[in-house]
Design a protein around this ligand. Structure first.
Ligand SMILES: CCCCCCCC(=O)SCCNC(=O)CCNC(=O)[C@H](O)C(C)(C)COP(=O)(O)OP(=O)(O)OC[C@H]1O[C@@H](n2cnc3c(N)ncnc32)[C@H](O)[C@@H]1OP(=O)(O)O
Length: 141
């Protein structure tokens, strides 16, 4: 699923996070992740950029499963509680508003006990055929 070389989900990206996202209900997305030592910023704490990349990807998978080619135009992240190295977290995303060109998505990361670690609100812009061509994505559905 997704793209083999993607930094977050690509199974062929040696340096990637290798997160497997799956559909949850009609439009939702779910995944799980274990923070490793090489994902830290401050000692023992997952880097906020890694957290943001995971939220961005979960958001993108909502549109991916909708069958449109979209890019993140806006991503607003709240970091609520540190994600510790060695800690498993659960990731979830779902659409909140769909218009002709923009899909708004809420995503969250929680501990296995359900405690909120981070959440985001994003706007995904659905690309026109011309934009797909300009970005080299014309061969995608
Ligand atoms: C399977 C998973 C694959 C992995 C995917 C990972 C997801 C990603 O991280 S994608 C990479 C990161 N994102 C990007 O690189 C996107 C870079 N940005 C762009 O390419 C462009 O700015 C793009 C396409 C978002 C918008 O460009 P464009 O379509 O020309 O916008 P434009 O025509 O000016 O505006 C259209 C409307 O959207 C609005 N808009 C444009 N940009 C934004 C924005 N950033 N935020 C909010 N609204 C915006 C405009 O205000 C306008 O609204 P209205 O029609 O009401 O006036």
């Amino acid at each position: 699923m997704g793209y083999a070389t993607c930094f977050v989900c690509g199974q062929e990206n040696d340096k990637g996070l290798h997160i497997h996202f799956h559909k949850d209900g009609e439009n939702g997305v779910r995944a799980s992740f274990l923070a490793e030592p090489w994902h830290e910023g401050w000692p023992g704490i997952q880097h906020g950029g890694v957290t943001s990349a995971i939220l961005d990807e979960a958001t993108a998978y909502v549109t991916f499963f909708m069958g449109v080619v979209a890019v993140t135009a806006q991503l607003q992240v709240e970091f609520q509680d540190p994600i510790r190295v060695g800690e498993r977290v659960e990731i979830e995303a779902h659409p909140t508003k769909v218009t002709r060109r923009i899909v708004e998505v809420d995503a969250s990361i929680r501990g296995t006990d359900g405690a909120l670690k981070a959440r985001s609100h994003a706007k995904m812009m659905i690309l026109s055929q011309q934009q797909k061509e300009e970005m080299g994505l014309a061969n995608l559905p």
